[in-house]
Design a protein around this ligand. Sequence first.
Ligand code: NAD
Length: 420
Amino acid sequence: MIEAIDKELSIFESMGARFDIAARKLNLDPGLEKYLRTPNREIIVHIPVTMDNGRLEVFDGFRVQHSIARGPCKGGVRFGSQVTLDEIRGLAAEMTWKCAVVNIPFGGAKGGVACDVPNLSPGELERITRRYTAEILDYIGPERDVPAPDMNTNEQTMAWIMDTYSMHVRHTTTAVVTGKPIDLGGSKGRREATGRGCMMTCDEALKRFGREKQSTRVIVQGFGNVGSQAARLMHESGYKIIGVADIAGGVFNPHGLDIPALLEYANKNHSVQGFSGGESITNGDILEQDCDVLLPAATESVINSKNADRIKARILVEGANSPTTPPADQILFDRGVFVIPDILANAGGVTVSYFEWVQDREGYFWTEQVVNERLHAIMVSAFEQVAAYGEKYNVNNRIAAYMLAIDRVAFSLKLRGIYA
Ligand code: NAD
């Protein structure tokens, strides 16, 4: 098992370190800088839930709304025993920057509940979700804040949130969440969107380097929503996937893995560990194997000051949020690794979430082809704009993405002015 956390900086501190560099490069007014760095609102709730054995438990839940400068807040809800307010605060700010990078009319938020998911029954998870929703009900809604799935939450979780909200407001409000089942107002293409967006940005990087997909070897860490879809789509489009790992362990084959067979295996066994089509490997060691593209799609801080100098990939596509710590940024930059930062690489998810919100409000649904074409146009344009900022200001892709985003949010704030 890998030690996922680099203790040097928390997610919020990491966000702040990058924000400070970008704000300085932009010559941002100090007052505006303070405003943009601070969340609008932080909600802490304590959720009483009757467990299956009749005992009453109380769980801590959070929703941090970082910015509404460009539209309603948008951001996932994650469940997990490690969830903290500080983590949610950092991820909420990153959602503001992510939505601005792809230029969709949302601000940023994030939510979470500290709970030990593997030890909860479906009924307990449903009761936690519904009571969490009820506790934050006044602060969410299609015009206020629109949650989505994240780690350990899924389409079913979104259906429960949508139903709970709808029961309270007395009418069905599909646009209160995105990432819903298609039969409840979800969008075609949403399930694949984050992985597809990762692939689209990787395709653009390959074009820059004049590389062919067929000779590009990819390693994916994390085989949940993002990692499994990215691996499947990249395999289908011609990339060679040579390694995959999840929390239990990984599998590595330098000649290429049979991804359809691996997907079937992982579906049955709830892990890629033990798959016979390659050698077994730990989820930490897999990051350091020789490859062309590394796609971390699991959890935060897995690339840190302790292992960054051993990363052999030439291109890093950040499917996960905050997989790289600031000290590792510098090491990767010095070694010439082309980093496609999380707020660009994994923005396909929030982009199709935006499409879902639009479709719910129109009550008119698009074909998957339309969704994918519009996603492609946005991802390619965002990639080019980040690259243009990088060239103009002579900064790496991560700082360029932050600068593009901060510029956009600051401009909206200046136009709106400060309400007093
Ligand atoms: P998920 O819960 O569906 O899957 C997570 C995967 O990572 C699982 O395979 C799990 O076994 C694995 N994992 C967890 N910890 C690990 C570790 N220490 N080492 C190796 N594998 C580990 O979650 P997801 O929705 O795929 O999200 C993954 C990441 O992508 C998160 O950082 C999330 O915030 C980010 N993200 C998700 C979306 C989305 O649309 N789901 C959008 C943007 C960003």
